[in-house]
Ligand binder design. Structure first.
Ligand SMILES: [Zn+2]
Length: 279
């Protein structure tokens, strides 16, 4: 066989002329085969890539769907419980699921959107509830302070008398409870304060039994312990008789005093310990 360009004699098996470099028919056929193989290979690679991408997308979609479901339930329960921060937590989870979905090119699940909306509703409800509680609390406190001030005004002329009368004692007791509260509750939370009990007095101290009051459904019943200096004043409130537990150190924290007193009483009546430390 001769080369078509330079006419040299060449082996028909070679792909190009060894003298001028022209491609032989065998070389053209081999080149075509190689190109076909390359195309086929590229197609297969593309199919494999597409399959892997689809697989990844499905896994991402399943993960996003499941986190969106969690987010929706959290915010749903939070909203149903009204004013629980759980609703907001669910909303934040929903936002996270939404952002992951958008980054992964997956449709944002409806549940994530529901979680976000419920989260917003929860945030508004919580803010509203807290504001309401705050306004109600300060209103109650204002009412209690005004009532205490009115009571103090009424009793002002009587507290300097030598003897304490029942009505004045009741006014002093109510004012004290409204201002100081009892048992870690503020005074504004007590209502329907009444004095059905009897008043016993001496020259420098007095006791009004059974000052009663309502706290929600509970009834508070305490004795009011008075002292007399320049005028009559409430020393403390006591559960049971004023005389029973020895008076505590402070006059303002009656609830704590009552507890300290009972602890002291039980300590003194306890049998002596034999060298063992008490605490
Ligand atoms: Zn040639």
């Amino acid at each position: 066989m001769n080369c078509q360009r330079c006419g040299a004699t060449i082996d028909p098996g070679v792909h190009e002329c060894p003298f001028c470099g022209l491609q032989t028919p065998a070389g053209a056929a081999a080149a075509q085969m190689a190109e076909m193989a390359r195309l086929q290979n590229a197609q297969m690679q593309a199919q494999q890539n597409a399959f892997a991408n689809e697989q990844r997308r499905r896994v991402a979609a399943a993960t996003i769907e499941s986190s969106a479901t969690t987010a929706m339930w959290i915010s749903l329960v939070g909203t149903l419980l009204c004013c629980s921060p759980m609703g907001i937590v669910g909303g934040v989870f929903g936002l996270r699921a939404r952002s992951v979905a958008m980054k992964s090119g997956v449709a944002v699940p409806m549940k994530a959107t529901i979680a976000i909306v419920l989260g917003l509703v929860g945030a508004v409800l919580t803010a509203g509830f807290l504001t309401f509680a705050w306004v109600k609390g300060s209103q109650d406190e204002e009412t209690a302070n005004a009532r205490a001030a009115a009571l103090d005004k009424k009793s002002a002329s009587k507290v300097t008398a030598a003897r304490l009368d029942h009505e004045t004692a009741c006014q002093l007791g109510e004012s004290y409870l409204l201002r100081n509260g009892w048992d870690s509750r503020s005074g504004s939370q007590y209502s329907n304060i009444e004095c059905p009990g009897k008043l016993t007095d001496s020259t420098d101290s007095a006791e009004l039994e059974d000052l009663t009051s309502k706290y929600n459904s509970e009834t508070l019943k305490v004795s009011v312990c008075f002292k007399r200096g320049v005028k009559w004043y409430v020393d403390r409130l006591a559960v049971g008789s004023c005389a029973a537990p020895p008076p505590g150190a402070g006059a303002d924290a009656s609830a704590r005093d009552a507890r300290v007193d009972s602890a002291a009483a039980s300590a003194s009546s306890a049998p002596p310990s034999y060298g063992r430390p008490i605490f």
